[in-house]
Design a protein around this ligand. Structure first.
Ligand SMILES: *Cc1c(COP(=O)(O)O)cnc(C)c1O
Length: 362
């Protein structure tokens, strides 16, 4: 079986370090807050290149809380890409704001031309998603954000360590959010997330909201909620952060193997911008007969995935929106997307099996 993802194998590679740390956290009872969390927050902010990092419960909370901290007026419109995980648009609605979808470009990223067309006086923010680990087109997006005085949140759930013209994603916006869901490029052993920013005021608002609006133990300045990254997860992430660059390099080697070896006229490979580091959270190909290819690969014991099978505007919760997205590229290509196995776990032998099977498929 060629696995899409192999978390057991990753654990085996770093077992000693992980086990030691986990026992250390338990012995110190550093379960909520504490030194392991602080250490990770500092390390991760430094790695990405922001002043601050706040660990939270998961990537969805990170988005919701980050958007909340911007204190946008009621009924403000927030633009999000049509192809993403639902958490991106949920964050908007859950804050009582209005979602507007933008189409995606040839790299599957928020399309700046579509974005420009959608901006109205009610538009107050954009959530850009660096989808599949490929940075969005920031050279085109940033001038629009500045010109129309919009707030910008970067959803970096799939893009830990990706760079755009030498600058890490997560450093362009007012705030950036990350997920440490186990299957992400930097994954915890359970749920986890983070909000990053260099704006002290915004990060303090988020920190307070994520901890019941506390200033001291029983002084609550505002109502908030409980969304914290726990000590065990922070300790695991601290160990794994040291391997992230190596794993990114391995993912790029896997991608290169795919680019060099997949030769089947029925399949189109992803495109890449210049001057970026793509961290290949996913390697997404397209084919007219997705069902056929997925089934064929399954018979060859090769696991695949689909990200995402239904574009956000076509999902039921968005059927009442007053926006017609039927002409969006993202709303038709969702039928053709297929994600191949990706990760540092893949061996050359497995890559050979995958690419041979794909090339034999008719
Ligand atoms: C995974 C993911 C999220 C949500 O993160 P969770 O930690 O699962 O809540 C948000 N946005 C994108 C693009 C994601 O891939």
């Amino acid at each position: 079986m060629v696995k899409f993802l192999n978390l057991q194998k990753q654990y085996e590679d770093i077992k000693q370090e992980i086990d030691t740390k986990i026992f250390e956290v338990i012995q110190n009872s550093a379960f909520v807050g504490g030194e392991y969390l602080e250490e990770f927050e500092q390390n991760f902010a430094k790695y990405i290149g922001t002043k601050y990092c706040l660990g939270v419960g998961n990537g969805t909370d990170a988005l919701e809380i980050a958007l909340w901290s911007l204190k946008l007026p009621k009924n403000a419109e927030v633009i999000v890409p049509a192809n993403s995980f639902i958490a991106t648009s949920e964050a908007v609605t859950q804050n009582g704001l209005k979602v507007k979808f933008a189409d995606c470009d040839h790299n599957y990223q928020l399309c700046s031309k579509s974005l420009k067309k959608l901006i109205t006086p009610q538009t107050k923010a954009v959530i850009v998603v660096h989808l599949y680990g490929h940075p969005a087109d920031m050279n085109e997006i940033m001038p629009l954000v500045k010109k129309y005085d919009l707030k910008l949140i970067e959803d970096c759930a799939q893009a830990h360590g990706a760079t755009y013209k030498g600058k890490n994603v997560g450093t362009f916006g007012d705030l950036a959010t990350f997920s440490f869901y186990p299957g992400k490029n930097l994954g915890a052993y359970g749920d986890g997330g983070a909000i990053l920013s260099s704006d002290e005021k915004l990060i303090n608002l988020c920190r307070s909201f994520a901890n019941h609006g506390r200033s001291t133990k029983f002084a609550h300045e505002i109502e908030g909620r409980n969304s914290r990254l726990d000590g065990l997860q922070a300790a695991v992430l601290n160990v794994k952060l040291n391997y992230l660059d190596l794993w990114i390099q391995k993912r790029n080697e896997v991608a290169k193997y795919y680019f060099d070896n997949i030769k089947n006229p029925k399949i189109s490979l992803p495109q890449q911008s210049k001057d970026i580091v793509n961290v290949f959270h996913l390697f997404v190909i397209q084919t007219q007969d997705r069902k056929g290819l997925q089934r064929f690969l399954q018979t060859q014991q090769i696991q695949t995935g689909i990200h995402y099978p239904i574009a956000l505007p076509k999902l039921r919760p968005y059927q009442n929106l007053q926006q017609d997205c039927s002409e969006f590229k993202a709303c038709s290509e969702d039928e053709r997307l297929l994600s191949l196995p990706m990760g540092e776990h893949l061996t050359v032998q497995e890559l050979k099996i995958i690419t041979t099977a794909i090339n034999e498929w008719k």
